[in-house]
Design a protein around this ligand. Structure first.
Ligand code: 2AM
Length: 182
């Protein structure tokens, strides 16, 4: 048996209203299917199918990834493979910390010999079959920012109605030195 896995940043509750608001133009956009907010995440590394007996090794490898809390700023919007033929419709953003963390995760998982993938921070909020009216959504500016204190190993089960995600394990950032005393 195999499990379909990926590593992601889960969104804190506090940022959800701002993301909901940015998604407003998509609610009436023909051809776009909004994803339920419990499925929102920022993928750090798509792993794909892993034999069940290797999952513990994946968890151990990820537990060895050391990182400090960092910020993510969400702004702008786009779609993969392109805005003209959208399949994954996303809010973009920027985070040096997330880039560094994605690189550390790639190194930790090198034993899986995964295909090389360039990390591009995005939060997929809707899907489409290749045609959708995105002009309103593509005008998205600043959405908001938040602090990341953990990342998650997530199991994905595909179904015709959409993927179901289950968090298998969360991995916490190290404490920032001196922060407690302010
Ligand atoms: P997406 O949101 O841009 O589609 C689970 O499928 C997560 O892994 C999704 O967030 C998806 O990104 C991401 N992912 C990255 N590469 C993938 C791939 N080759 N196949 C499926 N999902 C991929």
């Amino acid at each position: 048996m195999v499990m379909r896995l990926f590593v992601a940043i889960l969104l804190p509750e506090a940022i959800l209203p701002a993301v909901e608001e940015a998604c407003a133009p998509l609610r009436t956009a023909e051809g776009a299917r909004l994803l339920p907010r419990q499925n929102w995440h920022i993928t750090l590394r798509f792993i794909g199918e892993v034999p069940n007996d290797k999952v513990e090794k994946v968890k151990t490898a990820l537990a060895g990834v050391k990182f400090l809390p960092f910020g993510v700023s969400l702004f702008g919007a786009g779609a993969f493979p392109s805005a003209k033929t959208p399949r994954a419709i996303w809010i973009g953003g920027e985070s040096e910390g997330a880039e560094e963390l994605a690189a550390k995760i790639d190194s930790a998982l090198s034993f899986l010999s995964l295909p090389k993938e360039k990390f591009k921070l995005h939060l997929t909020v809707a899907r489409s079959k290749g045609r959708a009216e995105l002009s309103g959504f593509l005008k998205t500016g600043q959405v908001g920012s938040f602090e990341v204190r953990s990342f998650a190993l997530v199991k994905s089960t595909l179904a015709p109605s959409g993927a179901a995600y289950e968090v298998l394990k969360e991995f916490q950032a190290e404490e920032m030195e001196g922060k407690a005393d302010g």
